[in-house]
Design a protein around this ligand. Structure first.
Ligand code: UT7
Length: 333
């Protein structure tokens, strides 16, 4: 029997209905459509409205649709990994809450936190569970209700983020398809530039932390931008070189959607043309753990069995990484 590799065998996204446009943001903070589009590429983003709804609701919707689409029985799933920076609560894990919402119990389910690189971290972890042969049907879901930690009086951050989720089914593959290589990195010295300062054990919630708006995202944009441009491009080039891939070999770059300028810098360094870059930041903004699966979901029909994809992300931590995978099925109907 050939070595087992871990392949994505189904993909599904879910975004809430409410569309927050740049025009509406102009009524909330001192900003304008021209600035937002030229500096970030974002035109609108989705927001999860309503009481008592968290990231688990986004993730659960994506998984319910995924199970239906792939005709998978919920009871056959043996592992759920949820990547999120906006868990419903610090504990229990959002993966546990999602499992309950989709009618799955008695399996291994846990969250991983790597901010915007979370989906790449979760895919890498999932691939190792599959490669041992112990797990057969694994779901990786990236789900983030970013609107829950965005300060809608801060123009520096409120224009950037949106809510969404994306889930993949992963199964063992014996044809050498699926995840071929992964590179994951961290640099904790970047933590001062991008963080949610309070609400954890370091600074539990208090009147002071609320008054200081420390439960919202803090981002010092420029150092994050500089590090993101360099790191995402470096790691994408590195994984290409390591696997003897040229730009011609690559069907698509699937980049984290934080800023179109960061994506452009990465694709330029890889030598990959715009037609090979998955880009939907204009519709959804930065949905953190959900950006990469939302892209795969929207491009699914263009993907063919054997296509070489490079996934790349950068985010809070700092964390960053890239994954080289061979798409495992023909998606065209
Ligand atoms: O996914 C996680 C990782 N995160 C990222 O990768 C994000 C990385 N950073 C970025 O994408 C960019 O730094 C931002 C999009 C956040 C900001 O773009 P920038 O080109 O770095 O702008 P800046 O922060 O240098 O600000 C330039 C100017 C400032 O005004 P002054 O000081 O030049 O008068 C800002 O106050 O733009 C101003 N500004 C705005 N103006 C209109 C900042 N935000 C806005 C806004 N509307 N929303």
């Amino acid at each position: 029997m050939n070595k087992i590799s871990a392949a994505i065998t189904g993909i599904q996204g879910y975004v809430p209905d409410y569309i927050l446009t740049n025009k509406e943001l102009e009524t909330m903070v001192e900003t304008n459509d021209e600035w937002i589009v030229s500096r970030t590429g974002i035109k609108e983003r989705r927001i999860l409205k309503g009481e008592n709804k968290g990231s688990s609701d986004l993730g659960a919707e994506a998984i319910k649709l995924l199970l239906k689409k792939t005709k998978t029985d919920a009871k056959d799933i043996d592992l759920i990994i949820c990547a999120t920076a906006t868990p419903d609560m610090l504990f229990p894990s959002t993966a546990c809450l999602i499992a309950e919402k989709v009618g799955i119990s008695n399996i291994c389910a846990f969250d991983i936190g790597a901010a915007c690189s979370g989906f790449l971290y979760a895919l890498t972890i999932a691939s190792q569970f599959l490669e041992t042969g112990k797990h057969k049907k694994v779901i990786v879901v990236g789900a983030d209700k970013m609107s829950s930690i965005v300060d809608y009086t801060s123009r520096e951050t409120c224009v950037l983020f949106g809510d969404g989720a994306g889930a993949v089914l992963m199964e063992p593959n014996h044809e050498g398809l699926g995840i071929k290589d992964t590179i994951l990195r961290t640099d904790g010295s970047g933590s001062k530039y991008l963080r949610q300062p309070a609400g954890g054990s370091l600074k539990p919630a208090s009147h002071e932390t609320i008054d200081a708006k420390e439960h919202f995202i803090f981002q010092d944009g420029q150092p994050v931008f500089k590090a993101a441009v360099k790191s995402m491009a470096d790691v994408s080039e590195e994984i290409m070189k390591k696997n003897n891939l040229t730009a011609d070999d690559i069907a698509f770059l699937v980049p984290h959607q934080a800023n179109k300028r960061i994506i452009d810098a990465t694709s330029r360094r890889m030598g990959v043309g715009d037609e090979k870059v998955m880009l939907n930041i204009e519709k959804y903004g930065n949905t953190t753990s959900a950006t990469i699966p939302l892209c795969l979901w929207e491009w699914e029909q263009k993907l063919n069995k054997g296509d070489n994809l490079i996934l790349a992300a950068f985010g809070g931590g700092f964390t960053w990484g890239s994954i080289y995978l061979k798409w495992a099925y023909d998606s065209k109907k």
